[in-house]
Design a protein. Structure first.
Length: 449
């Protein structure tokens, strides 16, 4: 045997050996994934939820000084011009404020209509509009301050796939994974299209990940962009496709997808996004609101309607155009939807920005000797969201004014002047607001406790 032939033979054997080893590694890793990978079922691990104090609706209450209308908007109530018909409606006239309160299952309170006669913007009584009987005392439901799951602060509401409107599912699939029901976890066509687009543009402008790959990445892997991680992600996606039905994968995806921030708290799932951005249930969303949520998947913070309304509208309109092209929307519906301005309820982050207060409560629970906080635990506090907001704004303005008056307090790169605010109820000593520093992102040290 001559030397070139021998070299070819040895090279072929070496290549086959390496290929066999790689195949064994893939099979072993796939077997491991098949054994240990599992999708969450329903809300198996609900986050701990921390709430503000409820707000008492009472005679002599000033709508302006107490920010009643803003409180209603923050809780997702909708102003109507006709008598209230459904929970979440409120009507304001010169003579009265009428609110159809949300049900409060935790407090065993049913949805209730409340009428508050007004005299120059001040409540004179709290009555039932049905029979005129007194409803005092009655409360607005508390606001959610934060959800906590492990080390993460998050809020989510798990909704079965059967209860998610078909147009929400269609919008997500149309913009994120058109061949979801035909591929096996990875989509070679989408990968090829993405590679070609990225080659033409000279950079990463398009991704080829399927919904199953996105779900695998979100649940099981870090956000690092490496070839090794992409390989693991693809293999995990194929394992999920073997272990679970398309419906189970889609339900998990729609409930686990990250869709933005409310202050320091992460928003997960389409149901929670509907509530946080629009103050609505999934069934109440309009077609343009559905498209807005679907558009958030690509870049939840870049397209957040609360912070970047123009970018959010552009992305929403991309989704609407795809829905029209696929025949989901008629020309008339598409035209109306694209001409609808971006509206969110409320216009700012829904969750009260009280990270230092949340830290203080969790630390107090730990120091009280509670070894393990049960999942899904509801914690009611005394914090007043409007007073908290005013306290944080006052601290920032006060420190900025101090720096302006004393230039030596402001270093070239960043401010080091700090402060804290604590507001107590003089009657009960309850904490109504707590701000432990100027910027929680830069310093988590709580100067208020």
């Amino acid at each position: 045997m001559n030397r070139p032939a021998r070299w070819v033979k040895y090279s072929s054997v070496a290549f086959a050996s390496i290929l066999a080893v790689l195949c064994l590694i893939v099979v072993a890793y796939g077997t491991y994934l098949a054994t240990f990978l599992a999708l969450p079922k329903s809300d198996e691990h609900p986050p701990l939820r921390l709430y503000s104090g409820p707000f008492l609706l009472q005679p002599d209450l000033s709508l302006g000084h107490s920010h009643v209308l803003e409180r209603l908007q923050r809780l997702g109530y909708r102003r109507v011009t006709v008598p209230v018909q459904t929970p979440g409606d409120y009507q304001l006239t010169e003579k009265a404020l009428t609110v159809y309160l949300h049900p409060q299952p935790e407090g065993h309170v049913d949805a209730t209509r409340v009428m508050m006669p007004l005299d120059q913007g001040r409540v004179t009584d709290v009555l039932s509009p049905l029979d005129g009987s007194s409803l005092f005392p009655i409360f607005l439901e508390p606001e959610l301050l934060s959800g906590v799951r492990g080390e993460s602060r998050q809020v989510r509401e798990w909704v079965p796939l059967a209860q998610i409107p078909p147009r929400m599912v269609e919008a997500i699939l149309t913009i994120e994974d058109r061949r979801f029901y035909s591929h096996f976890g990875i989509d070679p066509i989408a990968v090829g299209r993405a590679l070609w687009a990225n080659f033409i543009k000279g950079g990463v402008v398009q991704g080829g990940s399927t919904i199953t790959q996105q779900l695998a990445k979100n649940l099981f892997y870090s956000p690092q962009r490496t070839m090794g991680r992409k390989f693991k992600e693809a293999l995990a996606a194929m394992v999920l496709e073997v272990k679970y039905t398309k419906q189970e994968i889609l339900e998990s995806y729609l409930n686990e997808i990250y869709l933005g921030q409310a202050g320091f708290v992460s928003i997960y799932g389409v149901s929670e996004a509907a509530h946080r951005y629009f103050g609505k249930t999934l069934q109440e969303l309009t077609v343009e609101e559905v498209a807005m949520i679907a558009g958030l998947v690509k870049g939840p913070n870049s397209y957040a309607p609360t912070k970047h309304p123009e970018s959010a509208k552009q992305r929403r309109d991309v989704v609407l155009r795809r829905l029209r092209e696929t025949g989901v929307l008629t020309e008339e519906t598409w035209t109306r939807a694209t001409h609808t301005p971006v509206r969110v309820t409320p216009s700012e982050d829904v969750l009260t920005d009280a990270p230092y207060f949340v830290d203080a409560v969790l630390r107090e629970l730990e120091e009280s000797g509670v070894a393990h906080l049960p999942e899904g635990l509801r914690i009611n506090s005394t914090l007043d969201p409007m007073i908290q907001q005013a306290a944080a704004q006052s601290l920032e303005k006060g420190l900025a004014k101090l720096e302006a008056a004393h230039s030596h307090l402001t270093p070239p790169l960043e401010s080091v002047v700090q402060g804290a605010v604590v507001v107590l109820d003089p009657k009960t000593g309850s904490v109504l607001a707590l701000v432990g520093g100027r910027d929680y992102r830069r310093s988590q040290f709580n100067r208020a406790v």
